[in-house]
Design a protein around this ligand. Structure first.
Ligand code: HEM
Length: 531
């Protein structure tokens, strides 16, 4: 009888242990992310994927990179530039999820083709940036609604709105060049000047006038009152620093609920910017309802789209306006600065580009500052091949955005034979793919010729054809950047002004391998001389 009781007791204990173990596993698995499987690492290692850093979690490396002033995923970038041979993917574990970073061109086209609406791969909106732009197109999943917004916004960048915008841009460039000329011989922080110039023209295109207001900025040293453009730039920088945590990667509401002081400040700054933009739009709506004439501005275009029912409400109009403003201010301003940086470091490329502008655009004539606007048209700039190569090479080495990640919704076997599990995140990250030694010869060198079909650099290092999709500065597929045409024009025109009207000498303060402006606030010094 005693044995029977003991057996019953043992049975109860075992039953209790195993039923709780299931619960514990379920809880642990739930914490691990939607569909991640415990043996993902083994599954992918068998397919020759290299898990770098601490293979169970990239989080510490991620935080260290940012704290040391390096770009996100810089560790992967380094491996990609020397250590990618024979591999198609690198892997990391982040917030319990498995992330694959392509380092060859093998599956790129196919994976992007699956991101079409309803496809088995979901392009992930910039989900961590759910601050003052929670609804704009980069932040919403691919849906009929996002497609409709894109369909309505994209033609704007090919319309006469572009002419109006570039009218403002030409004027802002002339003002900046005049100021620099007056300060000839001095050492100048040109990143700040270029960003200010980009802001001025961007804001004109947003509302049709200047916007010079000061707002409170919450930083770790207290509250400062600063220009709204500096608040925007600093907030984006703070955002990119604080987003390198496990929590941020995993939970889109983390920032809003966190008691962390950095996050609290970030929320306050984002709110300030959101309120400012909403205020602007509301003021414009009031003007329009009082009979004001329509202007060729982003805000008026957005209000028009709300009236047509393409955008849900004015708030959504604000979010899209913000995305465009940020693209034209920070992405384009920083990309133009980066192009100058690489050119000044590579005098042969600078000379070649200078020659192309002089011979082909200016047709050998001496052109004055005031004549550039009429000569450097969109069509003429389009024909300058070397100029395009320089810009592509700049964005390959140092692009303002890394591109969007994508989540695999069902188990997939790709044409190459590579199997991907449901729940895996594939991230063709421009910072990593852009320097893969499988794709680019001398990947960390600035060689604009690599985009010239006649150059030996045009092909893969093994001599085979390089697919054009390997250049991912503007992303690819249905969620690619809608401002690519605009941005190329911006950078080309900016370079024409800066290279032909001034002589610049770089005072190089960077210690690292490249120019990563999203972590070096306002830091590029140049000595300026008149031509
Ligand atoms: C040099 C400047 C720029 C670069 C390098 C850049 C790069 C990018 C990249 C990599 C993406 C993600 C693409 C993907 O998911 O595959 C993106 C998205 C986007 N960009 Fe840009 N961008 C720039 C400037 C601009 C400008 C000036 C605008 C607007 C005028 C703009 C508007 C957008 C929008 C709306 C999206 C989201 C598209 C969507 O999710 O459907 N960008 N950009």
């Amino acid at each position: 009888m005693q044995e029977l009781i003991l057996l019953l007791l043992l049975g109860c204990v075992l039953y209790f242990y195993f039923s709780k173990k299931d619960t514990r596993n379920a809880v642990r698995d739930a914490g691990r992310g939607d569909d991640a499987k415990a043996d993902d690492i083994e599954f992918y290692e068998k397919q020759n994927v290299l898990f770098v850093s601490d293979k169970n979690s990239y989080s510490k490396t991620f935080e260290k990179e940012i704290n040391n002033g390096l770009p996100h995923f810089n560790t992967l970038r380094k491996y990609s530039a020397s250590g990618a041979q024979g591999r198609d993917y690198f892997g990391v574990k982040l917030a319990g999820e498995t992330w694959l970073f392509p380092v060859s061109q093998q599956d790129l086209k196919e994976v992007y083709s699956y991101t079409n609406l309803g496809g088995p791969v979901e392009s992930m909106p910039f989900r961590q940036a759910v601050g003052y732009a929670p609804k704009g197109v980069p932040f919403i999943p691919t849906s009929k609604h996002s497609k409709d917004i894109r369909k309505s916004l994209t033609p704007i960048f090919h319309s006469d709105w572009m002419e109006v915008y570039f009218g403002h841009f030409n004027r802002a460039m002339r003002d900046m060049v005049e100021t620099w000329k007056k300060n000839s011989g001095s050492k100048r922080n040109i990143q700040k000047d270029i960003l200010d110039m980009a802001y001025d023209s961007a804001v004109y295109s947003l509302i049709g006038s200047k916007l010079d207001v000061n707002v409170p900025y919450h930083g770790m040293d207290g509250v400062e009152t600063i220009h709204i453009k500096d608040c925007n730039a600093r907030t984006m920088l703070d955002f990119s620093k604080h987003s390198a945590t496990d929590e941020f990667s995993h939970d889109r509401n983390f920032r809003n609920n966190s008691k962390d002081k950095h996050c609290e400040n970030l929320c306050k700054n984002m709110e300030t910017l959101q309120e400012a933009l909403i205020g602007l739009v509301e003021a414009r709506v009031a003007e329009i309802s009082n009979g004001a004439e329509k202007k060729k501005t982003i805000v008026d275009a957005a209000i028009g789209l709300v009236l047509q029912g393409v955008l849900e409400d004015v708030n959504e109009g604000v979010q899209n306006g913000w995305a465009i403003l940020n693209g034209a201010h920070l992405s384009c301003g920083n990309a133009l600065t980066a192009a100058l940086y690489y050119l000044l470091r590579n005098p042969k490329s600078l000379e070649k580009l200078h020659g192309e502008i002089k011979d082909e655009l200016f047709e050998g004539k001496d052109i004055s500052l005031d004549e550039i606007e009429a000569i450097a048209t969109h069509a003429k700039l389009h024909d300058l091949d070397y100029m395009s190569y320089v810009i592509k090479e700049t964005l390959r080495l140092s692009s303002p955005l890394y591109g969007k990640a994508m989540k695999v919704k069902e188990d997939l076997k790709l044409k190459s034979g590579f199997s991907v599990r449901k729940g895996t995140i594939i991230y063709p990250n421009n910072c990593v793919v852009g320097v893969s030694e499988n794709i680019w010869k001398d990947p960390l060198k600035f060689v604009p010729e690599r985009f010239d079909p006649e150059s030996s650099y045009f092909k893969l290092p093994n001599g085979q054809k390089r697919e054009s999709i390997t250049w991912l500065a503007f992303g690819a597929g249905p969620r690619a950047c809608s401002g690519d045409n605009f941005s190329m024009y911006f950078m080309k025109l900016g370079l024409v002004y800066l290279l032909t009207m001034l002589k610049l000498e770089l005072i190089d303060t960077f210690k690292g391998e490249g120019y990563f402006y999203w972590i070096h606030e306002n830091e590029m010094f140049v000595k300026i001389d008149q031509v």
